[in-house]
Design a protein around this ligand. Structure first.
Ligand code: SF4
Ligand code: SF4
Length: 138
């Protein structure tokens, strides 16, 4: 189990022009997909935001804002935050291929801001099958 106080989900800005983020939130609520490693019996906050459009640089200022206020207002330290890059960024899927700026975004999060991060949020059974069958590449 992973012990964190805050999950920050980063979603593809382009995909979010048509997606409400429902399945990301549902996966978090149910602790399924990439959220299955978090205990459901203790408080865990979740906030979702988009990357701010290509090239994803906005994650830098958005996550710094989260770090600043979660520490100032609630005493939540940086190491208590985990970033999840939504599946629409990290996996080939219905909405499109993997984000071409994924490495850049991960450098910002992991090296510049020094937050822990993971790839993925909701995992769709149908998409997994399509990945296994080579219809989706990653
Ligand atoms: S992973 Fe799915 S539900 Fe989450 S933001 Fe992307 S398209 Fe929407
Ligand atoms: S940088 Fe990647 S995640 Fe962000 S809008 Fe562009 S393609 Fe989507």
């Amino acid at each position: 189990m992973i012990e964190k106080d805050y999950i920050a989900v980063i979603q593809c800005h382009i995909v979010m022009e048509r997606c409400s983020g429902y399945f990301c939130e549902k996966a978090f609520h149910e602790r399924s997909g990439l959220f299955s490693d978090y205990p459901a019996d203790r408080p865990l906050r979740m906030i979702a935001m988009t990357c701010g459009a290509c090239c994803g640089l906005a994650v830098h200022r958005k996550l710094l804002d989260l770090i600043r206020y979660s520490e100032k207002k609630e005493g939540i330290q940086r190491d208590r935050i985990m970033v999840h890059l939504a599946t629409c960024i990290t996996h080939d899927n219905y909405h499109g291929p993997v984000c071409p700026h994924l490495d850049y975004i991960e450098t910002i999060i992991g090296e510049k801001i020094q937050l822990d991060f993971r790839r993925g949020t909701r995992i769709s059974d149908l998409s997994e099958k399509r990945r296994e069958n080579g219809i989706y590449q990653l």
